[in-house]
Design a binder for this molecule. Structure first.
Ligand SMILES: NC(=O)c1ccc[n+]([C@@H]2O[C@H](COP(=O)([O-])OP(=O)(O)OC[C@H]3O[C@@H](n4cnc5c(N)ncnc54)[C@H](OP(=O)(O)O)[C@@H]3O)[C@@H](O)[C@H]2O)c1
Length: 233
């Protein structure tokens, strides 16, 4: 049994990742900030295999106290991430900073504090990037695209710096299936039209890849896309 920490564990993707690891028999710490209710509901469903953990990656004290709760970390999944849409001229510096403070600096803060424990257990890190890092320019997403580009570069750099003790990889999902993307949503329609599989990405399919990447002892410094063939379309 491995011990896994998933930041943003109650999000659309985070929840699927938590469930994937729990089903594999691992013990999962499900990080949340505001969504305590969902974290507790997941804990009710999965018993002692899933432990809700308050974890705000913008707050170093919250990170430190969360990490103190965890004994022997094997896998860190940096899943927390936020998104917004603003044209480059409308975008306020404060919004640029908010996106970077969570998607990039928060990921760094949490990673840095997990390194000693991961080193001890020869563990691994899986960072959730996005196809926006590889195919930027959906429209109004320059700040988000730049933040995910930084996640990819940080992943590859860390893989070198932390080898051979800790493996570090990234997974780049395409547009995830989510309740707010109804059939009439133009982004959904565009995605379904262009992707080779004519489909949005099911979160559980991404979760399977996150688990695979965490298991595979021959992988480090990789970026794995899970996008239903969008980039090929
Ligand atoms: N949705 C997509 O189509 C898509 C596509 C490609 C990549 N991604 C990436 O996949 C990851 C998950 O996306 P999602 O759509 O599943 O997310 P989401 O449903 O929009 O939820 C955002 C998550 O980030 C957490 N979060 C926000 N601020 C935080 C902070 N200061 N500290 C720690 N956690 C914080 C939230 O926690 P609380 O709710 O508890 O506050 C929530 O769990 C993100 O990195 C995203 O960029 C998403």
């Amino acid at each position: 049994m491995r011990t896994i920490l998933v930041s943003g564990g109650t999000s659309t993707l985070g929840r699927a990742i938590c469930e994937q690891f729990v089903r594999a028999g691992d013990r999962v710490y499900c990080g949340y900030v505001s969504n305590k209710e969902t974290a507790e509901a997941l804990a009710d469903s999965y018993g002692s295999s899933l432990i809700p953990l308050h974890l705000d990656i913008q707050d170093p004290k919250s990170i430190a106290s969360a990490i103190q709760e965890i004994e022997g970390l094997d896998v860190l999944v940096n899943n927390s991430g936020v998104f917004s849409v603003f044209t480059p001229t409308e975008l306020l510096e404060s919004e640029w900073q908010r996106i970077f403070d969570i998607n990039v600096t928060g990921l760094f803060r949490l990673t840095q504090q997990c390194i000693p424990s991961l080193t001890e257990r020869k563990g691994c890190i899986v960072n959730i990037a996005s196809i926006n890092a590889l195919h930027p320019g959906f429209g109004g997403t320059s700040h988000y695209d730049a933040s995910k580009g930084a996640v990819v570069a940080y992943t590859k750099s860390l893989a070198k710096e932390l080898s051979p003790s800790i493996r570090v990889n990234a997974v780049a999902p395409g547009l995830l299936q989510a309740p707010y993307l109804d059939d009439a949503n133009p982004l959904r329609q565009h995605y379904e039209e262009r992707s080779l599989l004519h489909s949005l990405v099911e979160p559980r399919e991404v979760a399977k890849v996150v688990q695979l990447v965490s298991d595979c002892r021959a992988m480090t410094g990789e970026l794995v896309g899970v996008d239903c063939g969008y980039l090929m379309g």
